[in-house]
Design a protein around this ligand. Structure first.
Ligand SMILES: Cc1cc2nc3c(=O)[nH]c(=O)nc-3n(C[C@H](O)[C@H](O)[C@H](O)COP(=O)(O)OP(=O)(O)OC[C@H]3O[C@@H](n4cnc5c(N)ncnc54)[C@H](O)[C@@H]3O)c2cc1C
Length: 397
């Protein structure tokens, strides 16, 4: 190891940004050389992406320039795409160069998991980045415009969302809010527009309190959403989806939110993974690699009952803080702190003024839950950028 250890952080999402912010606070001058690599020069707030995807908010409100978050005198930011991780050589290959490291933090986020459903990867949209949501938003508007040219094509006005997990439910809540505006803008009869949510599991929002799930479905049904719960998508084609026993739902817009996996670069690097996620040790390190930490959607951790924690922003943030602590401790030859997840609760939005949530041991629904969601969003902005970022990006209504 060189005299000043080199720390390389891959990915400026929740895990990577929190690690960077903590390191810049805790490290002393010249104690380590820290480099943050991300494919864009902005951090995107993934938990907000369902809004710009549906067009109920501008994509710029879901991103923050990385230079506004980190202190570039303390952390070198490299805008580039990681193409290979080589643990055996302690190197990371970028599209335009190579970085060597003493400590590596892998926080590249997840990818969509299509479970091998034929045609899904080729024909469906996913809500995963600023670029992907800009495409969805433009595509939805285009369908309304196309329908006006070919009024017999009602499939232009049918929107299928695969998966009734967090992302799918939050997106349909926003889309259902947007549809009346689009109908007005394009002079389209609202009754022609269909939003269909297809979920293979026996219930929407698995893991959520059943009473809250029922409330959520009722709110969304009233906004015009049709649920096909317990119905598997067998195939996705250019003309729609095949569900159940061969029924075709014709649609020019399929949005897949049915699964998340870790990043393929991790598997390609030779780490042992389950769906691209590394089962990390109690200090968040990859087994057999004392100098490699794996965070957020790339990591797999189990709760005391032996069930995997779902990949969330909340756990990625907490891991980032713990990881920074352990990096500083390693450099100073101090003992590491085991990671322990403190679940602060979960809130799912159902569109404007409506949400459901479980927090502080209580259930919330309706406007109260929507306020809670807003408070969580504002708290995150405060954590990463203080009051100036809250004032710049926070929405208060
Ligand atoms: C629509 C939606 C809503 C959600 N809502 C919630 C919610 O309400 N609450 C909650 O707790 N969780 C929510 N989640 C889950 C949460 O967003 C993720 O668990 C969280 O983002 C994981 O953080 P991360 O740091 O692992 O990765 P990410 O935040 O995904 O960050 C990964 C970063 O790595 C970069 N990157 C990827 N590949 C490369 C590469 N090859 N080279 C360079 N850079 C790369 C990406 O650009 C990105 O900046 C939601 C997810 C989605 C999609």
């Amino acid at each position: 190891m060189s005299s000043i250890p080199k720390i390389v952080i891959l990915g400026a999402g929740y895990g990577g940004v929190l690690t960077s912010l903590r390191l810049q606070k805790e490290l002393n001058y010249n104690e380590a050389d820290v480099t943050l690599v991300n494919k864009h020069d902005y951090h995107y707030i993934t938990t907000h992406l369902h809004m710009p995807a549906a067009g109920t908010d501008h994509p710029d409100n879901a991103r923050v320039s990385i230079s506004k978050l980190i202190d570039e005198f303390k952390i070198d930011f490299v805008k580039s795409t990681v193409v290979q991780i080589r643990p055996q050589d302690r190197k990371v290959i970028l599209e335009d160069g190579t970085l060597s490291y003493d400590y590596l933090i892998i926080a590249l986020g997840g990818e969509s998991e299509t479970f091998g459903i034929p045609g899904m990867a080729e024909n469906a949209f996913t809500i995963r980045s600023i670029n992907s949501v800009r495409l969805i938003r433009e595509h939805i508007e285009y369908q309304f415009a196309r329908y006006k040219r070919e009024p017999h094509r009602t499939d232009y006005l049918t929107f299928v969302v695969g998966g009734a997990g967090f992302t799918g439910i939050e997106f349909i809540g926003e889309l259902a809010d947007r549809v009346p505006d689009l109908c007005k803008q394009f002079d389209v009869d609202r009754s022609l527009v269909k939003i269909i949510n297809v979920e293979a599991a026996p219930s929407a929002l698995p893991g959520f309190d059943p009473e809250l799930v029922e409330y959520a479905m009722e709110v969304l049904r009233k906004k015009g959403v049709t649920f096909r719960i317990g119905t598997a998508i067998k195939e996705c084609t250019a003309d729609g989806v095949i569900v159940g026993e061969g029924e075709e739902i014709k649609s020019q817009t399929v949005i897949w939110s049915g699964g998340v996996r870790g990043n393929r670069l991790i598997e390609e690097a030779g780490f042992e993974t389950m769906r691209g996620r590394v089962k990390v040790d109690e200090h968040l390190r990859a087994p057999g690699h004392e100098n490699i930490y794996v965070l957020g959607d790339n990591s797999l951790m189990f709760n005391p009952e032996g069930r995997p924690y779902p990949p969330t922003a909340q756990i990625a943030m907490q891991q980032g803080v713990n990881c920074a602590h352990n990096l500083v401790a390693s450099i100073r030859n101090q003992s590491l702190k085991p990671f322990s997840f403190s679940n602060k609760g979960t809130v799912a939005s159902l569109g404007k003024g409506e949400a459901i949530g479980m927090a502080f041991g209580k259930k919330y629904k309706g406007r109260m839950a929507a306020w809670l969601k807003k408070a969580i969003d504002l708290r995150y902005l405060f954590i990463i950028g203080g009051i100036p970022l809250v004032l710049r990006k926070g929405k208060f209504l």
